[in-house]
Design a protein around this ligand. Sequence first.
Ligand code: PLP
Length: 421
Amino acid sequence: MNKRTFLKNASLLGLGSITALPALGRITSAAAAMSPADGSDDDFWLTVRNSYTLKPDYINLENGYYCIQPRQILDAYKKHIDEVNLQGAYYLRTVQFDNKYAAAAKLAKLTGCPPEELIITRNTTESLDMIIGGLDWKPGDEAVMAHQDYGAMLDMFKQVARRYGVVNKFVSVPADPQTDEEIVEVYANAITPRTRLLMVCHMINITGHILPIRKICDMAHSKGVQVMVDGAHALAHIQFSIPDLHCDYYGSSLHKWLSVPIGAGLLYVRKEHISKVWPVFAEEGRRQDDILRLNHTGTHPPATDLTVSDAIDHYYSIGAARKEERLRYLQHYWTSKVRHLPHIKLYSPSQPARTCAIANVGVKGMKPAALAEKLLKQYRIYTVAIDNEAAGVHGCRITPNVYTTTAELDELVKALSEIRS
Ligand SMILES: Cc1ncc(COP(=O)(O)O)c(C=O)c1O
């Protein structure tokens, strides 16, 4: 039996199906009735909110770590778990990888990439650390990164510095730039003839700052430097296509804004670089320029990968433009009410296009941990404290999600107006 016939038969037997999402009827028809980019239509967003089961004990404004799944995605996930459990090893030995590659192809379409340049990994850490650790570094090679980058990647750069003699150069991203060029210049100034790789966040996790990636990539390429983008927070949050960014490598976590169950990420590698990367786990027997060479992980929960497809369907049903508008609307809703208060400090850029859902706020003279505790204990608002001296950020990260209401943000505004050091 050839592969295509087998897959067709497998599908008839219910083995090959990768979409378990029940009809997204109510969300889809409500979405059809409104303008494509309306962030303030509370009726529509109430329909979306009602598809989540939310804990009544607190207002969850810490969706930056992980975006819980709405019932449609959660139900699909549970169905996949049941199906894999029913079929056992038979599933793993038959359609497991075909289904994973089909989900990756759908993800490639969502991100505008050729499917030969993208794989589903377990998270951003796996994606980016594979690149940092997998390049053929020579002693004295330089890498550029920012104090505002994520700790796990910075640790991996520290390791390659110790292991291969790579020199790490740090920049500090301006907190409230007025032009893209201000940021590009900071990175450009750190590049020398020894620089090989520049790491940059698409969206800085502690402040929500969206960086001008394409301009940074074009500048770096003009100096012969490759660019690796940390897109942990950007995918399914703001709209973009990976090829439009002109980067060489891109990593993201699908359990963040795409609402895939915990344990899925993506790695994009530009075709011409694939053959030069050493994978974390070896997989011989493939062509050197086959990206699947970088995709070996050992046994991994297949239901997580299967749910990628359902989560993409759900994202489409809400609408990418609509979701981005709503998230930006929610952030501006509360930041515009507290930015002028003398005892408040915002650590996120003031220009609207430079942020979306995420922002960071501090109370002057108060430790972020104390603010987070007060918000939770006194006001039932869950956030995360960020006290990062190197990055110059000392506040609580506030991250609403599509289910957040303006009434919940009014509670935050009230709390921030009242709390003093
Ligand atoms: C900017 C950034 N990069 C990388 C990561 C790592 O993501 P993961 O833990 O899913 O690998 C995070 C996690 O929050 C992040 O915020």
